[in-house]
Design a protein around this ligand. Structure first.
Ligand code: FUB
Length: 456
């Protein structure tokens, strides 16, 4: 690799970081997909692919379009830092520089280095139009770069969606999607195959891609998106050996209820709790090739099988009461007449609002809840809600349940305008401390929109 390429990669990795926030999706200022999450040195690093709207030099406007990779990290699963571009199609030596096919990547740590694996269309030989997909490696001393790309992709394999798994004894394995789901041992140098690839068998009919291999309690899990009907569910096989044979165990996430055709995922254990990272098309409801990374907790049955995960708006982590609590990504709600909608449908990245309403026939209290809010150790004095109402009414904030301790009450005159309304906390609740679920109730009125809640 020449010096200018190294400098470009280093500069990208040093780009100033941007703080993002909690809830789903976790990356809220850009599209992101195919998340591969790992715990390195006490921080969770997520290596996603990066969807972009097709630029003029890309001939397909209806397809995936990906020109580079970012890496994100967090020490609390709530505040995510974007470390900038780590690899891109123009500076990666063997990659077609207008291919826009930098699909699902992965990264892992061995021999004191971080190895980033990524698929991409190769530069065609002179005179040829197409050269097929390679899987390349870029190496770094840190999980966030700068990464230096190998001159050539891994020899002897082609395909997409590499996953690098390191067993407890240090043996590396590469899983990927080629002619079926593939798996091979890697040499200690992390750059060459050390065994003939194996094709997974025994998976019921249905297209597969995007493997993620992990180990828990001595069992190996080979997990993958699996097309059943017309969209991808997430499914898995289990084995007592890394190279199988694997036994099909079924789905652990159903197909998205939106139009999103793909899903792609990874598992990571943080402080004894397993988390599933995956993607949906939250910010792009009408075009499913612009996707967004989400995360939810995942559990296991005593026999090691995965308890199916139902996607949430709320996601993972504990939210500080003193932050802008995006209660529109609620964890629970009253049965009827509550929805999470875009604040500004013409710019989804403005985020969501919760809408609570009643009809002329029905006048019930409507509510939403947001779990795991940390009220801290210090005394709080005020609560603020950013809201909009047509004819006004009354909102309440409560802790722990819909009839739990009253935190604050808001009497609102409606005027169809967004306002930030602040009230003093109820006297006997001012010393609320620690982690509680937060409930917001519309106890009077027939239309409220709520953007966020904040305590000071
Ligand atoms: O992101 C492009 C492709 O879509 C990935 O490589 C697949 O796993 C699917 O998510």
């Amino acid at each position: 690799m020449n010096l200018s390429r190294i400098l470009l990669t280093a500069a990208a990795a040093l780009l100033s970081s941007i703080s993002l926030s909690a809830q789903n999706p976790i990356i809220r200022d850009d599209f992101s997909a195919d998340p591969s999450a790992h715990l390195f040195n006490g921080r969770v690093y997520v290596y996603p692919s990066h969807d972009i709207p097709a630029p003029p030099d890309y001939y397909r406007r209806d397809w995936f379009c990906m020109a580079d990779y970012h890496v994100y990290s967090s020490d609390n699963l709530v505040d995510w830092v974007d470390h900038g571009v780590i690899v891109d199609q123009v500076t990666a030596p063997w990659v077609r520089d207008n291919g826009y096919s930098m699909w699902a990547p992965d990264c892992n740590f061995k021999n004191g280095k971080y190895y980033f694996y990524f698929p991409a269309g190769q530069k065609p030989k002179t005179g040829a139009f197409f050269a097929g997909n390679g899987i390349g490696v870029a190496v770094s001393d840190t999980p966030y770069g700068p990464f230096v790309c190998e001159e050539k992709p891994i020899q002897g394999i082609g395909g997409i969606d590499p996953c690098i798994f390191i067993d407890d004894d240090g043996t590396p394995y590469l899983a990927w999607s080629g002619r079926g789901l593939q798996l091979a041992r890697l040499k200690d140098n992390m750059l060459e195959l050390d065994s003939e690839p194996i094709t997974l068998t025994g998976i019921p009919r249905g297209q597969t891609e995007g493997p993620f291999l992990f180990k828990r309690n001595g069992k190996y899990y080979y997990t993958f998106p699996w097309v059943e009907d017309s969209r991808e569910a997430l499914a898995y096989c289990m084995s007592d050996n890394p190279l199988g044979p694997y036994e099909f165990k079924g789905k652990f996430m159903e197909q998205s209820e939106t139009i999103c055709w793909t899903n792609h995922h990874s598992f990571v254990e943080v402080d004894g709790q397993w988390i599933l990272f995956y993607h949906h098309n939250d910010y792009s409801p009408y075009f499913d090739k612009n996707r967004s990374v989400c995360a939810d907790y995942v559990g296991f049955n005593p026999d090691g099988t995965i308890i199916p995960v139902v996607p949430t708006l709320r996601g993972v982590g504990v939210t500080k009461a003193t932050s802008l609590i995006q209660i529109d990504r609620y964890s629970d709600k009253s049965e009827k007449y509550v929805a999470s909608e875009f604040v500004n449908a013409s710019n989804p990245f403005d985020g969501w609002k919760a809408v609570l309403w009643n009809t002329t026939q029905e006048k019930e209290p409507r509510w939403i809840s947001y779990n795991r809010v940390d009220f801290g150790k210090d005394k709080l004095n005020t609560a603020t809600v950013r809201l909009l109402s047509n004819a006004g009414g009354k909102l309440e904030l409560r802790a722990d349940s819909i009839d739990g301790p009253l935190l604050a009450q808001f009497n609102v005159n409606g005027n169809f305008l967004w306002v930030e309304k602040t009230v003093i906390l109820e006297q006997d609740i001012k010393d609320i401390k620690g982690i509680h679920d937060l409930y917001l109730l519309m106890t009077d009125g027939n239309h409220f929109e709520v953007d966020w809640v904040n305590f000071k």
